[in-house]
Design a protein around this ligand. Structure first.
Ligand code: 3EB
Length: 344
């Protein structure tokens, strides 16, 4: 009998592909999105979700993040918003100037809510946020804090919005606009919080006048397989940053990610139990010099063939944090091996 987890495709898959294949995949009607990691911002001239983030890749063959659909996608582009969707999911990307980060965050999230409100995909599952000078202080607030305030004031319009918060990442880029991209679906996912951490939306105000609006992870049960979207995860226990040095921060992050997977496993029956079984890891490093020790440590800590990794130069939103890791489980061992092969 065929293994049902292998025969029923999920509504999308994400892989890190060799950047040499980007143009070919950009023309493929099954491509939802292509995301590159570069020194300067770039947005394709056509209407596709094909853009570069100003997060230079730190190691290895240049890769792109490729989102693919088992069925041809429908594309919509209007007023700076680009959408690619299939029967089950919607991918969208938006950019706004990053000068007044509070206003731009507010405007982008207003735009997202409007989009979800009049679409058949009202449930936000996962959001990525990138903008330059994240730790700079402007008008008495770090720009990350201003971003949190703007985002909050858009999302609070949802009323009981904490229950609807998606998994997220928010990092400092090295230039370009406020760049946001997202995944939404017809049915909601299940929020997973980390028992070792206070929920970010309940952080005390010293981190930001309005708390960061995101869930630690989202579990999405597609008909034949589970996805787990793990937010950017840092060396934070409770609400406080832990460890001044790199490798202890890495260990704390791995413990936090295992704790999230453990929650999804024990409470909701997610089949995987540890970070070693994830498909993709995105590792954000504050300095290029951190690459070697982190890569070596992950190679030692993870079994051969484990999660495909990409290492990006990005600034974490607290000045005492040197790195952050996000992850994705797509619920199949086959994807895991394919992803690993693509990076070799
Ligand atoms: C943290 O746990 C680290 O503001 O959307 C991680 C993931 C972090 C998402 C966000 C912030 C965000 O607080 C920072």
């Amino acid at each position: 009998m065929p293994d049902p987890t292998h025969s029923a495709p999920a509504p999308f898959a994400v892989r890190y592909i060799n950047a040499a294949r980007r143009d070919e995949l950009a023309r493929d009607p099954h491509t939802l999105a292509l995301i590159g990691f570069a020194d300067a911002p770039w947005l394709s001239a056509d209407d596709t979700c094909n853009f570069d983030l100003v997060l230079p890749q730190l190691a290895g063959t240049p890769l792109c993040e490729h989102w693919s659909s088992p069925t041809p996608v429908e594309r919509i582009a209007r007023d700076g918003l680009r959408i690619a969707r299939n029967d089950d999911i919607l991918f969208a990307s938006l950019q706004l100037p990053a000068d007044d980060i509070r206003s731009s965050a507010h405007a982008i999230y207003d735009r997202i809510l409007e989009l979800l409100d009049d679409s058949a995909y009202p449930h936000l599952l996962r959001v990525w946020n990138y903008f330059p000078r994240i730790l700079d202080v402007e008008d008495g607030l770090e720009r990350y804090q201003s971003f949190c305030v703007g985002r909050y004031h858009a999302l609070e319009m949802l009323g009981e919005f904490e229950a609807a918060l998606p998994a997220a990442s928010a990092l400092g880029s090295h230039g370009g606009p406020l760049n946001v991209y997202l995944l939404a679906a017809r049915e909601p996912g299940i929020q997973i919080e980390n028992p070792r951490q206070i929920s970010a939306f309940r952080y005390p105000p010293r981190y930001s006048p309005r708390s960061p609006s995101f869930a630690r992870a989202l579990l999405k049960r597609w008909p034949e397989r589970d996805h787990l979207y793990i937010s950017g995860t840092a060396s934070i226990v409770g609400h406080e940053s832990r460890h001044a040095t790199l490798l202890p921060q890495l260990e704390e992050i791995l413990t936090n990610i295992d704790a999230l997977i453990g929650e999804a496993h024990t409470r909701h029956g997610l089949s995987i139990r540890s970070i070693a079984e994830l498909d993709l890891l995105k590792v954000y490093l504050r300095e290029p010099a951190l690459l070697e020790p982190v890569r070596d440590a992950l190679e030692t800590r993870l079994p051969a063939g484990a999660a495909a990794r990409i290492y990006l130069h990005a600034t974490v939103c607290r000045s005492d944090l040197l790195m952050e890791i996000e992850g994705l489980s797509q619920g199949t061992g086959r994807t895991l091996k394919e992803s690993a092969a693509a990076v070799k």
